[in-house]
Design a protein around this ligand. Structure first.
Ligand code: SF4
Length: 108
């Protein structure tokens, strides 16, 4: 077996291993993503996260306005349905009508 064909064999083996790992990691990702973010979570509290944008303490979070919510935030992920992903809170779900002080207007 030449060096070249051995190298190709290793490449194929590596690609096959990666293909086997991807569905597993995807399954773990979706399993973790099922958990809803607890507003009492330390990071959630620090950012003023609430499940309902209308419940934001306007005195404390003066940048907030009622038209801001997780569904129209740039940091939301897979934002379809009532509970959606958020890049600030990995592996947690936030309410589409929720809000935190990291809110950024979604583009487009
Ligand atoms: S960063 Fe955006 S999507 Fe995430 S919790 Fe805050 S407002 Fe919601």
């Amino acid at each position: 077996m030449s060096t070249c064909s051995r190298r190709n064999l290793f490449k194929l083996a590596g690609a096959g291993s990666l293909a086997l790992l991807l569905p597993v990691s995807s399954r773990f990702g979706s399993a973790f993503a099922q958990e809803k973010l607890d507003p009492e979570n330390a990071q959630a509290k620090a950012l003023g996260y609430v499940h309902d944008t209308n419940a934001v303490d306007e005195g404390k979070w003066s940048s907030h306005s009622a038209d801001q919510n997780c569904a129209n935030c740039q940091l939301a992920q897979n934002n379809e349905g009532e509970w959606i992903g958020c890049s600030i809170f990995p592996n947690k779900l936030v309410n589409a009508n929720g809000w935190c002080s990291a809110w950024v207007q979604a583009q487009g």
